[in-house]
Design a protein around this ligand. Structure first.
Ligand code: GLU
Length: 547
């Protein structure tokens, strides 16, 4: 077989050579040890936690080594493409602090190793396709769907491995005449790789996450180019990651089964193999067993979920770090205020079997993260969230910023800051009572008679002075407690509750409920300071009037 002639027959218009491409995309001028890596999503419009895990891993590896992170759009499957998906992906990742140095952007491509969208690279793939054909390493296959199904059925009936290999590779050694006849008839063809591998052979391979793997050689003649001339993932992966000078391929471990073929393909093309970082799936506990997070069953897989709930970006980021690198939490404890960029991220610390996603833990991390923010920062982030997800609440926050900031400042700072908020959605139930529109009428404990409660509130109004400090304020509450025959001695009360009609805690609760409508609130003295005398008195009076 004259492979040169076959290559010319199949790709008459390809005049570029691999050498020209090597020159056009020279080795990068990167410092020793710099990681050049990429995200290579298919633009399906669904951005999920897995993207974030992969994005964060590749971003950290690139940027902490002084390397490059680029975005390549794998749009070879036009049917699955959703308009605007690339933009959504770029924006979402940016939101999480993952910025690309080059690649696809909102306005075209940026960088010297493009185009960065695979559909625009057809000409490049064909250069290497032609090369492989001219070397006898690839060939056209004119099999019809029917022939392929018949082959599969026969293999299944014989209990053989299914696939296009060995004796089943019908077009592997066909003559030029056969090929020419099919071409003349205008029949569609795909380009297949001519595998020289044998499943009898195994070799060792080092994956940065999975460790040492024993790999069985590939013997299948996989498709390189589909009948429309567009490459399969495998072929595009080899050509693109070579020409874009990727040093590390960070991707999901669903690609592990085809890794033997990828290794083979790099070799056949004469390319240096990159390092591989195969990330396990995100798992969650379902009852007592673990399972993969699923798009269908788990709303928490989608990144939009975190935005709508109101998890601060920083919390999600910190949490993902926590599950990816087991030493992150200890590092964070030792460096509470350091930037996450200072943490030495290592792909070797990723759990090879996949990380366990634990929502309750995320909530904890988020509470911590929010508790360390300034009131001003909380205000800004909360308002931004509310503008999108609770515009009415946002209006209130914006109408009086100082008021909102002082509310959000309660219990902030100091050694043990309050941890009331895990997500911005928690803010309204927590602080809504400060706003008259959200204030609810109190429902008092029916162990107490209305006139006792009324007496307490009236007595309180008679002595209430906003100029008191918190100790003086509480002394007044204690005095009222004793005046009505309740006790301030909580120990004695605990020893024999039946000996007392009520305690100072009950008295405080009456006042708290009158002011806030609820039995729980942050420190009541502080709440009243923030509300101011007029509004506090008004609220207490309004409750008195109902009793
Ligand atoms: N387009 C592939 C995917 O979304 C990319 C895998 C890779 O990073 O190589 O799974």
């Amino acid at each position: 077989m004259d492979y040169q002639a076959l290559a010319q027959l199949l790709f008459p218009n390809v005049t570029d050579t691999p050498e020209m491409l090597e020159e056009r995309f020279p080795l990068r001028n990167a410092p020793e040890g710099a990681v050049i890596t990429r995200m290579a999503p298919s633009p399906t419009g669904f951005v999920h936690l897995g993207n974030l895990v992969q994005g964060l891993t590749s971003e950290r590896m690139a940027h902490q080594s002084g390397g490059v992170l680029f975005l390549r759009v794998e749009d070879t499957d036009a049917k699955r493409e959703v308009p605007g998906a690339v933009e959504v992906l770029i924006d979402t990742l940016k939101h999480y602090g993952i910025n690309f140095d080059e690649g696809a952007t909102h306005d075209g491509d940026s960088g010297n190793y493009g185009p960065y969208r695979q559909r625009q690279r057809a000409g490049i793939y064909h250069v290497y396709a032609k090369k492989l054909v001219s070397e006898g390493q690839a060939y056209p296959c004119f099999c019809t769907e029917e022939e392929l199904s018949a082959m599969r059925e026969k293999q299944e009936a014989n209990k053989e491995t299914t696939g296009y290999y060995g004796q089943y590779a019908m077009w592997r050694d066909r003559s030029m005449e056969d090929i020419q006849a099919q071409l003349n008839a205008g029949n569609p063809w795909v380009l297949r790789f001519k595998s020289t591998g044998s499943i009898e052979n195994q070799f060792k391979f080092d994956d940065l996450v999975k460790g040492k793997l024993t790999i069985t050689e590939n013997n299948v003649d996989h498709v390189l180019l589909k009948s429309d001339g567009i490459p399969t993932y495998h072929f595009a992966h080899a050509v693109d990651d070579h020409l874009m000078r990727t040093t590390h391929v960070v991707r999901g471990d669903e690609w592990l089964p085809t890794l033997p073929f990828h290794i083979q393909l790099f070799k056949a093309l004469g390319f240096k193999l990159p390092k591989y970082v195969h990330i396990g799936p995100l798992m969650k506990m379902d009852g007592t067993s673990k399972r993969k997070l699923s798009k269908r069953k788990d709303p928490e897989l989608a990144l939009t979920f975190y935005k709508a709930e109101g998890f601060p970006v920083k919390a999600v980021y910190e949490y993902i770090m926590t599950i990816l690198n087991s030493n992150f939490e200890d590092w964070r404890r030792a460096n509470p205020d350091a930037s996450t960029d200072d943490f030495k991220f290592s792909p070797k610390k990723l759990n090879p079997a996949g990380s366990l996603f634990d929502y309750a833990k995320l909530v904890d991390v988020s509470k911590n993260v929010i508790s360390k923010m300034s009131a001003e920062e909380v205000y800004e982030l909360l308002t931004e969230w509310a503008k999108e997800f609770d515009p009415e609440f946002a209006e209130k926050l914006v109408a009086d910023k100082d008021f909102a900031v002082s509310i959000l400042g309660i219990g902030r700072g100091g050694k043990k800051p309050r941890k009331d908020l895990a997500v911005w959605k928690d803010a309204k139930p927590y602080m809504g009572f400060f706003y008259d529109d959200y204030l609810e009428l109190p429902v008092f404990d029916d162990r107490f008679e209305n006139n006792v409660i009324k007496t307490v509130l009236e007595k309180f109004l008679a002595v209430y002075d906003p100029a008191d400090d918190s100790a003086a304020w509480f002394d007044k509450v204690k005095a009222i407690t004793e005046e009505i025959g309740f006790t301030t001695d909580m120990k004695a009360y605990k020893a024999d509750p039946s000996a007392f009609p009520g305690t100072v805690a009950d008295v405080s609760t009456f006042i708290r409920q009158a002011v806030t409508g609820q039995t729980n609130s942050p420190d009541l003295y502080t709440v009243m300071q923030i509300l101011g005398k007029e509004r506090s008195v008004e609220r207490i009076q309004a409750v008195i009037d109902t009793l």
